[in-house]
Design a protein around this ligand. Structure first.
Ligand SMILES: Cc1cc2nc3c(=O)[nH]c(=O)nc-3n(C[C@H](O)[C@H](O)[C@H](O)COP(=O)(O)OP(=O)(O)OC[C@H]3O[C@@H](n4cnc5c(N)ncnc54)[C@H](O)[C@@H]3O)c2cc1C
Length: 374
């Protein structure tokens, strides 16, 4: 098969790897507009379950990923200077750049052609020249827009603002920190992803962003402002920028996942709020599911309809839980009157997926603390 893939992010690269591994005669090309080292973002998070899926799909890249990752089992909730730890959660983090390097090397080793610094603009010509065209071109997918009448996307731009930073302050475990300031409430999602660096995502509602005047602040001034808000959490460490910009979370869904020989994958297809797990995990699990459909049949249209019928209910379920989590964070300011232990309980049960009983099993010390407080 001649497979062309637009986008060399986790979805596009991992799908290329799995297809080439399954059949070395496939002719696979990945087009990426950036260079091999130009990535944005810091660390990405995987759950223990996702790592098991990655191992089953490709042992080699799984071994390279897990050699480089940082693992932890605690979620820490920080409110009014109290830190509440909830254990029994299996997560790990790796630098996004390192993950992409591993996937690029593995793809090249298998014989996938990677074409960097090549922005595809003429999608229709490429589609006609492919047995399968994969649109793995990210959350702002231009292919999705071009074929909108066929794919029927639904794009919901949320009003909350967020920004991805890094820091050399090491947060051991997924740390959710709430700070009340003059401008309003800020929440930070942070975790270390190697020996020296943590991801530090800050989010706030739009009135807070307006009051803090981020619109008129430079990158350096914004970082100084937020470092002052989180001074007790960051210690002497600065916030580090990597083309970091305030963004609004965009919730993407598509009524149709494919059109003739074109299929959407990863963030181009769907997004789930970062507070419930990274888009990287979903992007790579999409790649696994699509590659498995091609193991069953070589008929492109059958494989694509099978992909949607198997994966859509899973994604809808995931997006429903992520929606609860997103709205919890969008309304976090209204919960600042809760004491730290109640806030921690509310965070942990926000998606409706984790119950009191689950927490009692996973983290009896936390539930003992919760009971003592009541
Ligand atoms: C600024 C930013 C920072 C992020 N940081 C983190 C983070 O630190 N941790 C985390 O877990 N998640 C992060 N995410 C989210 C995460 O990157 C995505 O959920 C995940 O990467 C989805 O994988 P993907 O392959 O579907 O898309 P992406 O990783 O977005 O990959 C899409 C690729 O397509 C390329 N592309 C787009 N259009 C074209 C075209 N026409 N021609 C050629 N190439 C094209 C893009 O350059 C890009 O490399 C970040 C997202 C953004 C926007």
């Amino acid at each position: 098969m001649k497979i062309n893939i637009i986008g060399g992010g986790p979805a596009g690269l991992y799908f290329a790897i799995l297809m080439k591994k399954a059949n070395s005669y496939h002719q696979i090309t990945v087009y990426e507009r950036n260079g091999p080292d130009d990535t944005f973002g810091w660390g990405v998070v995987f759950s223990g379950k996702t790592l098991a899926n990655l191992r089953a799909a490709d042992e080699e890249s799984h071994a390279a990923i897990t050699k480089n990752f940082e693992a932890w089992d605690n979620v820490d909730v920080v409110h009014r200077d109290s830190r509440i730890s909830i254990h029994g959660n299996s997560f790990s983090g790796i630098a996004r750049l390192q993950l992409l390097k591993i996937l690029q090397q593995r793809a090249e080793q298998l014989g996938v052609q990677l074409v960097f610094r090549h922005e595809v603009n003429d999608f229709e010509s490429l589609r006609k020249d492919s047995d399968l065209l994969v649109a793995a071109d990210g959350v702002n997918s231009t292919i999705r827009n071009q074929y909108a009448d066929k794919l029927r996307p639904n794009v919901d731009v949320r009003s909350h603002r967020y920004i991805w930073y890094g820091t050399h302050q090491l947060f051991h475990g997924l740390t959710l920190t709430f700070r009340e300031s003059e401008a309003g409430v800020f929440a930070a999602h942070s975790y270390k992803f190697n020996n020296t660096t943590s991801t530090f995502i800050v989010e706030c509602d739009s009135p807070t962003a307006t009051k803090a005047d981020f619109e008129n602040k430079s990158d350096a001034d914004t970082r100084m402002y937020l470092a002052a808000v989180f001074t007790r959490d960051l210690g002497e460490h600065r916030l580090l920028s990597n083309n970091s910009k305030w963004i609004n979370f965009v919730l993407v869904k598509n009524q149709n996942w494919s059109f003739e020989n074109l299929v959407l994958l990863g963030d181009a297809l769907h997004t789930a709020h970062f507070s419930i797990g990274s888009g990287t995990k979903l992007a790579m699990e999409d790649a696994i599911a699509l590659a498995e459909c091609f193991q069953q049949t070589r008929d492109v249209s059958k494989a694509l309809s099978e992909f949607a019928s198997i994966r859509k209910p899973i994604i809808e379920d995931y997006q429903a839980a992520a929606f609860e989590s997103m709205t919890w964070f969008e309304t976090a300011a209204s919960r600042m009157s809760l004491n730290p232990i109640d806030l921690a309980f509310s965070v942990m049960t926000r998606s409706g997926r984790v119950t009191y009983d689950d927490l009692a099993k996973r983290s009896p010390e936390f539930i003992a603390q919760y009971e003592a407080a009541h």
